[in-house]
Design a binder for this molecule. Structure first.
Ligand code: SAM
Length: 451
């Protein structure tokens, strides 16, 4: 491996991987990159960092064909194709999608496929008994061909069709896509929708157009975007549009709210954080960039072409980190009527709520109401049936006090937002973001620098 700097030690006890099963993919990718680009992995460090900077700055600065340059392709394959595959796996897991997809033959449409990161994530998990057919569409043929070679090694039985062209050209898009699919993937592409052109249609309208024509009955669609304000709001815009137009049930992350509670917010956004075991070379690239990215962070939406089912009104999605204030644990959750803050005495807080990762589902019984803290009114869920208070643990001293808790402290968003200072999150609500007028209720990551 290529470290000048040693890889950082994990800063917290790792939980089980959240549905990430990459299998041989990282090794296959590494050996493909070495063989295809003829340089050691370390040689791509600077290009990985450059893409990371691009992803954290205004996406409109990217050239529409940035993946056509060999250095960018190599770096993308070595780093982002792996994190992308892992993200798609864990998002499908969260959505319960694997159980909903056909077992005998899976038809996948991968739009803005790049080097097939999303399809490779699916291929790595799919049982050998399931026939895999992938149709990939992207503006950069060579990127898809790279991914195709890795797919052919990992799943020689998979059928791959690639179409190079512009997704904005409806006639090309629909003729390339052709028929119907069981799984349609938009992975990290919608946030680039405005790059290099005036928008012909919104991302939501594009997704509606594709899904209405190409998603088979019972099929699943997944949108994944970076855990940035921009990425999240692209997903939210698509969600709002699809709720109005197609009205198909959302599998995750939403829990039935008619309108996304963050749809009109300029300072809050919604993202998910999952645990995974980083392949060694990803750890090394992260260390070279000075990032601590031990978790995957992303925004996503999964829906199914099906009849809506009645939801479980007691299940809430955790959409914020834990906050502690005046003896209370507070966490934001999203349920059938939108976002609520759960406030519970610290010593009576259910373990499931304390330990939940951002993006987990929790079952809560409580009374809806309104809270007014520091002049800020917001919907609250007061938990009922609380256990008796736990005895207070002795105050830890010295560095013990600072020790991060699992799941909340790996601070840098997955697709390259600037790393936060190391250390635990504040136990009280965070101070307002410099460009925000109030606290970020979703406990969102730092905003992109140039937005
Ligand atoms: C960030 S990459 C994502 C690649 C892959 N889906 C992943 O998750 O790693 C975005 C991809 O979208 C493609 N793309 C963006 N706008 C496009 C357009 N209008 N037509 C075709 N492809 C486009 C780019 O070429 C690039 O491969």
């Amino acid at each position: 491996m290529f470290p000048q700097k040693p890889a950082p030690k994990p800063s917290f006890v790792r939980l089980a991987d959240h549905g990430v099963r990459l299998g041989p993919l990282p090794e296959l990718m590494v050996s493909f990159v070495k063989q295809r680009f003829g340089r050691p992995l370390a040689a791509h460090s600077e290009a990985v960092a450059a893409i990371s900077r691009n992803f954290t700055s205004d996406r409109n600065e990217l050239s529409p064909a940035y993946l056509s340059s060999p250095p960018a392709r190599a770096a993308y394959l070595a780093y982002y194709a792996i994190t992308g595959a892992a993200t798609v796996q864990t998002a499908l897991e969260l959505a319960g999608a694997w159980q909903k997809l056909p077992k005998d033959r899976l038809r996948v449409l991968d739009l803005g496929a790049g080097p097939l990161s999303a399809s490779l994530g699916v291929a790595a998990v799919l049982p050998a008994s399931t026939r895999l057919e992938v149709t990939a569409i992207d503006g950069v043929r060579t990127a898809m061909q790279d991914g195709g070679q890795v797919l052919a090694t990992m799943r020689p039985d998979a059928e791959l069709t690639i179409h190079a062209g512009n997704l904005r050209e409806g006639r090309f898009l629909h003729s390339a896509a052709g028929g119907e699919y069981d799984l349609i993937l938009f992975a990290n592409v919608l946030n680039e929708w405005s790059v290099g052109s005036r928008k012909a249609m919104t991302p939501g309208a594009l997704v509606e157009d594709v899904l209405s024509r190409h998603l088979a009955p019972g099929g699943v669609a997944l949108i994944v975007e970076p855990a940035t304000r921009h990425g999240s709001h692209v997903v939210i815009e698509a969600r709002e549009h699809l709720m109005q137009t197609l009205g198909w049930p959302i599998l995750a992350p939403c829990r039935g709210a008619t309108q996304c509670p963050l749809a009109n917010s300029h300072k809050d956004w919604c993202f998910t954080e999952r645990s995974w075991t980083r392949p060694a070379h990803i750890v090394t690239y992260d260390a070279a960039m000075g990032h601590e990215r031990a978790t995957l962070k992303f925004s996503y939406l999964a829906l199914q072409r099906a009849e809506p089912e009645a939801g479980d009104g007691k299940q809430f999605r955790v959409i914020g980190g834990p906050m502690r204030d005046a003896g209370l644990l507070r966490r934001y959750v999203c349920g059938p009527d939108g976002r609520r803050v759960v406030e519970v005495p610290d010593q009576q807080a259910p373990a499931g709520l304390v330990q939940a990762w951002r993006g987990d589902l929790v079952t809560l019984t409580g009374t809806p109401g309104e809270t007014n803290r520091q002049g800020r009114r917001e919907p609250v869920l007061q938990l009922t049936d609380l256990p008796p208070p736990r005895p207070r643990a002795p105050e830890p001293r010295g560095p013990e006090r600072e020790r991060p808790r699992p799941g909340f402290e790996a601070n840098a968003p997955h697709r390259g937002a600037p790393p936060r200072p190391h250390g635990p999150r504040p136990s009280a609500p965070r101070p307002p973001h410099p460009r925000s007028s109030g606290p970020r209720a979703s406990g969102a990551p730092p905003s992109r620098p140039k937005k």
